[in-house]
Design a protein around this ligand. Structure first.
Ligand code: ZN
Length: 321
């Protein structure tokens, strides 16, 4: 194909363009960048701002797209610069402003649903259909501490799982987690469609910095080097991620005031206390404990904790006695 297009946005060989793609059935428009390389290669989809308060990915992807020279590219890049634009504009943390939904829990979406469902349906219909690889950029939300890490799809064809893990190994992070689900998350759903997909987490607490955005850009470039879209060796590597043998996600058993004992990146032993949830008078309500030795990947660190939400994600080797 001599032309790359999404709706009315088009580029020819060696070109780059920025523009909007409408979300079907809403007034929302997704800011998108397209680039078609001087040489042929795979079509890679990259997205940021699925969670709109996860700003390192949003800042990093825009920086990468602005600086990109299509003359140096072999293949095609489709970049959704901000998938939840109304959440970003209204600073409703990462929830979609119109319906309060978590966009990364509704894939593949529903064109007859509420706004988040329609965004997901548009992304699946207009972007996933032709993508050959997918990289989704996240961070710790405003209430989350997080250690940089990468997820790769796990519930997909073996060759898709293997290729996703090859891509994930290019991220300059310490930990790699193979996902155990095929629905809900954008990258999980893409994996179930046969697209090797990864999710890179970098940054925390809804904040961002120039240096973190640069590290994000470097991760994107290293994945594209691995896929052959950019030339050269991988750069700026401090870590090659290790795949964690086991992960645990703990829902908050009750709402209240949250007092964690540690922060993301800290290690712990089986049986130690994750933290204490107290009521509004300071009385202890719950004190969940770790089920195996490991390291904290991300956790809630706002004083508010909400029953049923994911309190913490941790990983490690199963403890053997
Ligand atoms: Zn996220």
């Amino acid at each position: 194909m001599e032309e790359l297009s999404i709706d009315d946005l088009k580029v020819k060989r060696g070109e780059k363009a920025f523009g909007f793609v409408p979300v079907e059935g809403t007034d929302l428009k997704l800011p998108v960048a397209l680039a078609k390389g001087a040489k042929d290669g795979p079509r890679v989809l990259i997205s940021a701002g699925v969670h709109s308060a996860e700003h390192v990915g949003v800042a990093g992807l825009l920086r990468f797209a602005r600086a990109l020279d299509p003359a140096e590219l072999s293949g095609e890049l489709v970049m959704i610069l901000l998938m939840n634009p109304s959440g970003f504009a209204h600073r409703t943390l990462s929830m979609v402003y119109e319906d309060g939904k978590n966009l990364n829990r509704v894939f593949p979406g529903n064109p007859g649903g509420t706004t988040a469902d329609k965004i997901a349906a548009t992304v699946v219909g207009k972007f996933f259909g032709t993508a050959e690889r997918y990289v989704d950029l996240h961070s710790g939300d405003a209430h989350e501490s997080l250690v940089p890490m990468v997820f790769s799809v796990g519930e997909a064809k073996p060759e898709v799982v293997a290729e996703a893990e090859r891509m994930a190994k290019a991220a300059n992070v310490r930990y790699l987690v193979r996902s155990g689900v095929a629905t809900g998350g954008a990258y999980n759903h893409a994996g179930s469609m046969g697209i090797p997909s990864i999710l890179i987490e970098r940054g925390e607490k809804g904040m961002w910095s120039e240096s973190e955005a640069d590290l994000c850009v470097n991760d994107v470039k290293n994945v594209l080097r691995t896929l052959g879209l950019l030339e050269g060796r991988l750069e700026g590597r401090v870590f090659v991620p290790d795949r964690l043998a086991r992960t645990a996600y703990v829902p908050a058993p009750v709402s209240g005031h949250w007092h964690p004992t540690r922060t993301a990146g800290n290690s712990f032993k089986k049986g130690e206390t994750i933290g204490v949830i107290r009521d509004c008078f300071g009385n202890d309500l719950a004190a969940p404990t770790f089920e195996f030795d490991g390291v904290i990947l991300y956790q809630v660190e706002s004083l508010t904790v909400i029953e049923g939400e994911n309190l913490i994600a941790y990983g490690g080797e199963p403890m053997t006695i």
